[in-house]
Design a protein around this ligand. Structure first.
Ligand code: GTP
Ligand code: MG
Length: 259
C-alpha cells in the first residue's frame, strides 16, 4: 500500500512538472510572438516582402483609372454631342489577393508576381453598363480604336451566350500607365453589357453564390435561369428596335420642320 502511494506521488509530481514545463513553453512562445511583432528588423523584412505586391496593386489601380477615364471622356463627349448618353454606369474592381491566389492555385500557376501578371487577366476589372445592345459594340469600337489600347482577347458572349444564359462582351486590353521614369503596359478586363444583361448576371450570381443547390433541382433551376436570360435578351432586342423607330421618326420630324 505504502509503495503504491509513493508511486502515485511520484507520478503526480511528474505530471505537474510536465504541465509546468508546457506552461512555461507557452509563455515563452507568446513572449517570442510579442518580440517578433515588435521587432523592427522583422517588421521591416515583412514590409519589404509586401512592397512589390503593394506596388503591383497600385499599378493595376492606375490601369483601372486609365480605362475608367477613357469611358468617362466618351461619356462627356456623347452627352455634349447627342441628347443621350449610352453609358449608364461604370463599375471597377481590383481582384483581392485572396481570389488571385485561389485562381492561381486552381489553374496550377506557380506563385510569383511574374506568373500572376502573365497568367491572370482579370486582376483589374472595369464593367461598363449601357442602355442598348448597339451601344455595347459602339463603345467597344470607341475604346479599341484608341491608339494606346491593344486588344489581347475578345469574348463575345452576346453573339454566343454561355450555356448559363450569361451575356456580355469581354475584352482583355493592354493599356500603358505612365510612371516617373517608365511606361508600363498593364492588362485590364473590360466587360461591356446592357442594363438587362447586368440585371441577369447580378441576380444569377446572388442566387447561385455559396448556395447548396440540391442535385435533383439543379437542372430545372439552370433551365429557368437560362429562360430568364432569353426573355431579357428579347426585351433588349425590342428596346433596340423601338429606339431605331423613334430616332427615325424624330429625324423625319426635324426634317419636316426645316424651312
Ligand atoms: P477565368 O479564367 O476565371 O477568367 O474564366 P473564363 O476566362 O473562362 O471566364 P470569362 O473570362 O469568360 O468570364 C469570367 C467572368 O465573367 C466572371 O468573373 C464573371 O464576372 C462573368 N461570368 C462568366 N460567366 C458567368 C455566369 O454564368 N454568371 C455570371 N453571373 N457571371 C458570369
Ligand atoms: Mg477570363
Amino acid at each position: 500500500m505504502g509503495n503504491i502511494q509513493k508511486i502515485r506521488e511520484q507520478l503526480d509530481g511528474r505530471i505537474l512538472e510536465t504541465m509546468e514545463d508546457k506552461i512555461t513553453e507557452r509563455v515563452k512562445d507568446s513572449r517570442l510572438m510579442d518580440n517578433f511583432l515588435t521587432n523592427e528588423k522583422i517588421l521591416d523584412r515583412i514590409s519589404r516582402h509586401l512592397e512589390p505586391i503593394e506596388q503591383m496593386n497600385a499599378y493595376y489601380r492606375c490601369a483601372i483609372m486609365e480605362i475608367e477615364t477613357k469611358f468617362k471622356v466618351l461619356s462627356e463627349q456623347f452627352s455634349l454631342k447627342y441628347d443621350r448618353n449610352p453609358i449608364e454606369t461604370i463599375k471597377s474592381r481590383l481582384k483581392s489577393q485572396d481570389s488571385i491566389l485561389k485562381k492561381m492555385n486552381r489553374k496550377g500557376i506557380p506563385v510569383s508576381l511574374e506568373a500572376m501578371e502573365r497568367e491572370i487577366d482579370d486582376i483589374a476589372g472595369v464593367r461598363v453598363i449601357c442602355s442598348f445592345v448597339e451601344d455595347v459594340y459602339m463603345l467597344a469600337d470607341c475604346l479599341l480604336q484608341q491608339d494606346d489600347i491593344t486588344l489581347l482577347e475578345k469574348k463575345d458572349y452576346i453573339k454566343h451566350p454561355k450555356d448559363s444564359g450569361y451575356r456580355s462582351l469581354h475584352l482583355i486590353v493592354q493599356v500603358p500607365i505612365f510612371l516617373q521614369n517608365e511606361k508600363r503596359p498593364m492588362k485590364v478586363e473590360v466587360q461591356i453589357r446592357t442594363l438587362a444583361m447586368d440585371l441577369w448576371a447580378s441576380q444569377e450570381h446572388k442566387l447561385r453564390y455559396k448556395k447548396q443547390i440540391p442535385e435533383n433541382e439543379e437542372e430545372a433551376i439552370s433551365q429557368e435561369l437560362a429562360e430568364c436570360a432569353q426573355i431579357l435578351a428579347s426585351v433588349d432586342n425590342r428596346m433596340q428596335n423601338l429606339r431605331a423607330k423613334l430616332s427615325d421618326s424624330r429625324f423625319q420630324e426635324d426634317e419636316r420642320r426645316r424651312p
